[in-house]
Design a protein around this ligand. Structure first.
Ligand SMILES: Nc1ncnc2c1ncn2[C@@H]1O[C@H](COP(=O)(O)OP(=O)(O)OP(=O)(O)O)[C@@H](O)[C@H]1O
Length: 336
């Protein structure tokens, strides 16, 4: 297994210090700001599906974030919006100073080809299947000028750094799943992006391939300051990211920072209950919210709820202790 264990600067930097590389420019990361982002899909039958229902999110330049959340919660949709692949139905998205939600397509295409790389779910969706590994990297670099291409890390060297030197001239269809994913990553970083978005980059990989891909993603962040956002279902992958954003029902439900989990207050003061409580206190349940002090709320399901809540027909044993489950919510000001 290749460079995963190697020094961080090995990923893209050219060995010959006298020859500058695209990677050597250290362009830094691109920050992201989403405000009230809503996205609807129209199905063939003409129904609207609400994929995102009001996402407010800020990602700082150079941050590394893992998007988590149940299937259908909107992770992939949000990633494609950040990558400028789709435009939101409503709301605003900024990458750095640029508002991509209103950007004309030619400008958006330039951003996508030079500054933002999106790895779609499934390595082969990002690759030309009947081209060789080396040709794929060459294709990914078409947006570079001739001079920039000359300065960039040579294709073979880039492939060596993701452990694919031996298979540089093999066509994609002959590569293993892990090799394809590493090739997709090499293509994604080939122009030295400032924002890398990767949807399930480790799904269906062996543990060794998964760890190698994750290490490469972090190397990119270390080396170029690239902002890295991944969608993942794998706790082993999420654990390597300093920040997690958990999507719930089309918006940001909670965030993890340095191992602590925070519920996120949404528009109009809406918060999601922790999952274990949401099951016991179904939608429509009446709760009391009482301030205990300035940074603490007590949320309790009162006795009256048994008569008024939506589960009133479920009997006294259904869900929770009618007389007094309570949860204390604390606004932790240590949160960055
Ligand atoms: N092309 C589409 N047409 C219609 N509905 C769609 C389309 N793509 C996604 N959806 C719907 O939008 C919602 C969000 O989907 P999305 O794929 O973003 O969620 P996700 O959290 O990434 O799910 P998963 O973890 O399964 O990939 C889901 O209800 C999904 O069925």
């Amino acid at each position: 297994m290749p460079p995963a264990g190697g020094p961080a600067q090995d990923l893209l930097r050219h060995d010959d210090a006298s020859r500058p590389s695209t990677a050597g420019e250290h362009p830094g990361g691109l920050g992201v700001r989403c405000s009230g982002v809503v996205h609807l899909y129209r199905t063939f039958e003409g129904h609207d599906v609400v994929a995102l229902s009001g996402v407010d999110l800020v990602i700082r330049p150079g941050e590394r974030v893992a998007f988590l959340g149940p299937s259908g919660s909107g992770k992939s949709t949000l990633l494609t919006l950040l990558g400028g692949i789709q435009k939101p139905s409503a709301g605003r998205i900024f990458l750095g100073e640029h508002e991509i939600s209103r950007m004309p397509e030619p400008e958006l295409a330039a951003l996508r080809s030079r500054r933002v790389s999106t790895m779609l779910q499934g390595a082969t969706r990002n690759l030309l299947p009947y081209a060789t590994a080396r040709q794929n990297v060459g294709f990914a670099r078409l947006a570079l000028t001739r001079a920039e291409r000359k300065e960039a890390v040579p294709e073979r060297e880039l492939l060596a750094r993701v452990g694919l030197e031996e298979v540089a001239d093999q066509v994609v269809t002959t590569l293993s799943g892990g090799q394809r994913q590493r090739l997709a990553l090499a293509c994604a970083v080939a122009c030295g992006p400032q924002l890398l978005l990767a949807d399930e980059p480790t799904s269906q990989l062996s543990h060794a391939d998964r760890d190698a891909v994750v290490a490469l993603l972090h190397d990119l962040g270390d080396e170029l300051g690239t902002t890295v956002v991944v969608v993942t279902h794998a706790p082993e992958v999420a654990d390597t990211f300093p920040r997690t954003v958990t999507m719930k029902g089309g918006r940001v439900g909670s965030e993890g920072h340095a191992g602590a989990e925070y519920v996120v207050v949404g528009a109009e003061g809406v918060v999601h209950l922790p999952t274990h409580l949401a099951e016991e206190w179904p939608a429509g349940t009446l709760v009391r919210i009482e301030p205990e002090d300035v940074d603490r709320l007590v949320v309790s399901r009162g006795a009256g709820d048994q008569d008024q809540g939506p589960d009133r027909g479920r009997g006294p044993d259904a869900g929770g202790a009618g007389g007094g489950i309570s949860e204390t919510l604390q606004n932790d000001r240590r949160h960055p």
